[in-house]
Design a protein around this ligand. Structure first.
Ligand SMILES: NC(=O)c1ccc[n+]([C@@H]2O[C@H](COP(=O)([O-])OP(=O)(O)OC[C@H]3O[C@@H](n4cnc5c(N)ncnc54)[C@H](O)[C@@H]3O)[C@@H](O)[C@H]2O)c1
Length: 249
């Protein structure tokens, strides 16, 4: 499939996991992609894995820094002539007893997962509106259900779900689509932080799991690419779970 020939995408969190797989998928379908992340070495690995000349480049960008978010959007437009697709994938999280969450960690989680997503959306809006583009945000199953030991993560991802819906309605008549994906149990480095903390009640973190197997980042990237593509022309404000049924159990 070449659903993104001539299109330009900006992908955050592109140095690893789902962001890298998304960049790979979009490039393989013809897009030019600005790969954004705070991890420079990871970005270089992503670029090497893409092996395309001139259709992908790296941009160091801390999404929680509003100026950096605006610079990244401007870089995509300057390098590739516009912007059609924004994928907000960057995120952090881990299990932690709520009593041990410091104000700094609470703030950092909200700043990266939620504010960062908003900053990129806001900066990209005029360009996406110009091209009748699409935004795909990565929320989480933890944005839909209660997940123990995840107060800040749940709060931030629930915010991403609602941010997605708010933008979807506000811009529906202007041709911009905004959807989100809610993964759960995807094999990436992030998953390593979701180990039950000492003294945790294990059944609280396993209660919703229907299967033991995990999914690959590329499986999420396939859904992101669909939502970003013209095939999803009539899909707006959708919240797509990719979690083997966890949130319906
Ligand atoms: N892996 C899962 O099972 C799972 C489940 C639900 C949601 N998610 C979400 O998917 C997204 C991608 O996570 P992943 O699983 O691929 O993890 P990952 O750790 O492999 O990738 C996250 C990327 O975000 C980057 N990042 C962190 N802080 C950043 C910042 N301030 N600015 C820019 N980039 C930053 C990291 O450097 C990293 O490259 C996250 O939003 C995560 O919450 C993942």
């Amino acid at each position: 499939m070449r659903r993104f020939d001539g299109k330009v995408a900006l992908v955050t969190g592109a140095a690893s996991g789902i962001g890298r797989a998304t960049a790979q998928r979009l490039v393989s379908e013809g897009a030019s992609v600005l790969c954004c992340d705070v991890n420079e070495a990871g970005l270089q690995e992503t670029l090497q894995s893409l092996a395309v000349e001139g259709r992908a480049s790296a941009q160091i960008c801390d999404v929680s820094d509003v100026a950096a978010a605006r610079t990244a959007v401007a870089a995509a437009v300057q390098r590739y002539g516009g912007l059609d697709v924004l994928c907000n994938v960057a995120g952090i999280g881990r299990f932690q007893h709520t009593a041990e969450v410091t104000p700094e960690e609470w703030g950092r989680t909200l700043a990266i997962n939620l504010s960062g997503t908003f900053y990129l959306c806001q900066a990209a809006l005029p360009h996406l509106l110009e091209r009748r583009g699409a935004i795909v945000n990565i929320a989480s199953s933890a944005g839909l259900i209660g997940q123990a030991y995840s107060a800040a993560y749940c709060a931030s991802k629930g915010g991403v779900v609602q941010l997605t819906k708010a933008l979807a309605v506000e811009f529906a008549r202007k041709g911009l689509r905004v959807n989100c994906v809610c993964p759960g149990g995807i094999m990436t480095p992030l998953l390593g932080g979701f180990r039950p903390p000492p003294g945790a009640e294990i059944d609280l973190v396993t209660r919703l799991k229907l299967v033991e197997e995990k999914a690959e980042p590329s499986e999420v990237a396939g859904a992101v690419a669909y939502l970003a593509s013209e095939e999803a022309r009539y899909v707006n404000g959708a919240v797509l779970s990719i979690d083997a049924g966890m949130v319906v159990s």
